[in-house]
Design a protein around this ligand. Structure first.
Ligand code: PAF
Length: 295
């Protein structure tokens, strides 16, 4: 494994690899790697001849009041984990190299970036899209692997890739969870033991929403949303930011559920803001999709 700290060196390596016909797979991260990231790295390992993990806490996707300064950073540990996973290159540039003086070009995916996370975190997806496009231009991957935990991010990046004719295939890896259901997140490290217990409500509430749609035949989006909200109530260290029942691709609120639906939420657990989501498909639509059982 080689640690690359400079943009121009990473570009040279990618150019040479491409010249030799090697397939490059990129797992973009902000470091503080956990098993969720490592599952994306393993997916990248399956897809590419050369695996690059980028580790960059991207300042442009954090708002002024957000946790950029305290975001966990441990490059030594992350690099060790990448060695164990057979990663070829860790690309960990300095902010000044990614955003030199006078930097003034940003990518905005309209509409999709204005809802859910975007409504609470204005400018967040602009920062994400800009840095991901830069990473694509520097690493020049054939495949890039993102996590389903950031479902909206994955939808937006796919739209960016389509709209800008990017020559990269985006892969979305499943959310990895603790035994009690809490989705792995670098921010879980901020939780006190009591908050950690309260945080398990997030997945339980989402599962209740999914069960309503998939097993109880509920088709009214607002009813599912109200049920998830109710399941989140009653804990003093947990404050809901949003619960949304939206179309999985368009991210538009769904009144009448008929196809693949994303139940997404964000909540403050103490001082830490966590997000999570599940996808639910009504039984009728799931059968329709896989075709009739002719056995
Ligand atoms: O998902 C993340 O960790 C970040 O948003 C990403 C894609 C690495 C861009 O900074």
């Amino acid at each position: 494994m080689e640690l690359i700290r400079r943009v121009h060196l990473m570009r040279e390596i990618s150019q040479e690899a491409r010249g030799k016909g090697r397939k490059i797979a990129l797992a973009p991260t902000m470091g503080a790697l956990h098993d969720g990231h490592l599952s994306l790295v393993r997916r990248a390992r399956e897809l590419g001849d050369i695996v690059v993990v980028s580790i960059f806490v991207n300042p442009t996707q954090f708002g002024p009041e957000e946790d950029y300064a305290r975001y966990p950073r441990d490059l030594g540990r992350d690099a060790d984990l990448c060695i164990q996973e057979g990663v070829d290159y860790v690309f960990a540039p300095e902010p000044q190299d990614m955003y030199p003086d006078g930097f003034g070009t940003y990518v905005d995916v309209l509409e999709l970036s204005a809802v859910l996370e975007g409504a609470t975190r204005p400018g967040h997806f602009r920062g994400v899209c800009t840095v991901v496009l830069k990473l694509f231009n520097i690493v020049r991957p054939h495949f890039a692997v993102f996590g389903q935990k950031d479902a909206q991010q994955a939808v937006i990046l796919k739209r960016m890739a389509r709209d800008l004719n990017l020559d990269v295939e985006l892969i979305v890896g499943v959310t990895v969870r603790n035994e009690d259901g809490l989705a792995l997140s670098s921010r879980n490290a901020f939780l006190s033991p009591e908050e950690r217990r309260a945080a398990t409500k997030l997945f339980r509430a989402l599962e209740e929403g999914r069960r309503l749609i998939e097993s109880a035949g509920e088709t009214r989006g607002p009813v599912v949303e109200a049920t998830v909200r109710k399941a989140l109530a009653g804990s003093k260290s947990l404050r809901v930011d949003y619960v949304a029942v939206v179309d999985s691709d368009k991210l538009a609120p769904v009144e009448q559920i008929s196809g693949s639906t994303l139940i997404a939420l964000a909540a403050w657990v103490g001082e830490t803001r966590l997000i999570d989501n599940v996808t639910a498909t009504p039984a009728a639509a799931a059968v329709g999709r896989s075709g009739p059982d002719l056995s």
